[in-house]
Each structure stands twice: as C-alpha cells, then as structure tokens.
Design a protein around this ligand. Structure first.
Ligand SMILES: [Ca+2]
Ligand SMILES: [Ca+2]
Length: 228
C-alpha cells in the first residue's frame, strides 16, 4: 500500500515537473557588440554617435552598441553586417526585439535574415523587402520588435526554428541606425508591456550557451530520477 502511494506520488511529480519544464518561457539575449562584426559596421560608444552629429544615447547596455557610423545620408549604407550564432533550446516559434536608436528617417532600417527559417539570401544585395526591418525612430534606447517593412505595410515577424544552432544576420541598410542588444522570446505578443523585453544583464539566457543550459537541466532531472 505504501509502495503504491509512493509510486502514485512519483508519477504525479514526474508529470507536473515535466509540464513545468515544457512550459518554461524561452528568453535569450545578447549584446550587439559581442556578435561577429563585418565592417563598416563597428562597435561604438554614445559619445562617438554625438561626434557624428547624432544623439548621445548614454545608457547603452554594456556601454556600447554597433552601427555603420553616421551621419545619416539619403539612400546611404547597405554595407556591413553583424552575425549572431544562437543555440535555440527548443523547437518553436520565436520573435526578436532589438534595442535601438534611429535618429531620423535616413537612419532607421536594417536587413534581417535568420537561418535556417529564412532563405539563405543576402537581402542587402537582393533588396528583398521580406527581410527589411523598418526600425522605430527615437533618440533614446527603446525596444522595437523586428518586423518586415513590405511595400504594402509593416508587419511583425516571427520565425519557426528547430532546436540547435541558428544564425541571425542583421545587415546595414541605412548608416547610423544603432543596435544595442537583442532579446529573443517565444512570447509572440505584439504588446511590448506584455512581453517586457530584458537586457542581456537582466537574467535571460545567453545566446551561445542556451543548449548547454537546457542539457544541464535534463542532467539534473536524470540525477533526480536515479536518486529517488
Ligand atoms: Ca529610412
Ligand atoms: Ca550593447
């Protein structure tokens, strides 16, 4: 009788814990300045933006951001990119938020391809609007969910991704557009207050070690099962 109760309790615990693990929200984040960077995109500080005649967005996460140095020019840019290697912990549908500054209408866009969900296409060269991100303007750091700015309108993007290694490329479209850090989530709400994007320092998993972290969880769980 005692054994049977224990068995029942164990099963209930397994199911509950399994459910809890499967519903843990995925939150990943990283500094733009930690990505692989291709010139003329460079790491910069707020005072360097001010020196180009732009705003001085002082509270960059980690003190730095990336951009193709301004000032903004009409039709300018389209050279350089940054690339993030991201380990996706679980297959699913994801959204990306960027912390940005865009000081005018000539410094407010990128091209974005996230492989393997997106076509392996250099959208900076092809100019495919499917991958064009119209960045929300503003002289202070603010979050903007990556969208596609189509000729017919601007719509939030989402990506269906398998677990494992993925590559997010953000190409310069207009010089002077500034990117501080990114936040990846499986919360697909378009309401920023509901999503509440976090800085890389605010408790999210790093982009690079997320799979390892999940592996540790699985290991811990296996150990628990062995000892009970
Ligand atoms: Ca623009
Ligand atoms: Ca930063």
């Amino acid at each position: 009788m005692y054994r049977k109760t224990l068995l029942t309790l164990t099963i209930v615990l397994c199911v509950t814990l399994g459910y809890a693990l499967s519903t843990v929200a995925v939150e990943l984040g990283g500094e733009a300045e930690d990505a692989t960077i291709e010139a003329p995109m460079v790491v910069a500080t707020p005072s360097e933006a001010a020196a180009q005649g732009g705003p001085e967005p002082v509270d960059a996460s980690g003190g730095k951001f990336v951009w193709s140095p301004g000032p903004p020019v009409t039709g300018g840019g389209d050279e350089g990119f940054i690339e993030f290697a991201i380990n996706i912990p679980a297959a699913g549908t994801y959204a990306v938020w960027g912390r940005v500054v865009a000081w005018d209408g000539n410094s407010d866009s990128y091209w974005v391809n996230w492989l393997p969900a997106d076509a392996d296409e250099n959208s900076q060269e092809t100019g495919n609007t499917e991958f064009r991100w119209g960045v929300a303007g503003g002289n202070e750091w603010h979050w903007d969910r990556i969208n596609h700015w189509l000729d017919s309108g601007t719509f939030e993007r989402e990506w269906e991704l398998p677990a494992g290694e993925t590559t997010l490329k953000i190409y310069t479209r207009e010089d002077a557009t500034m990117l501080d850090c990114i936040y990846i989530t499986d919360n697909l709400s378009e309401d920023e207050a509901e999503v509440a994007p976090k800085l890389p320092t605010e408790g999210v998993d790093p982009l690079w070690t997320a799979v390892e972290a999940q592996g540790k969880l699985a290991t811990t769980w296996a150990n628990m099962k062995e000892t009970h």
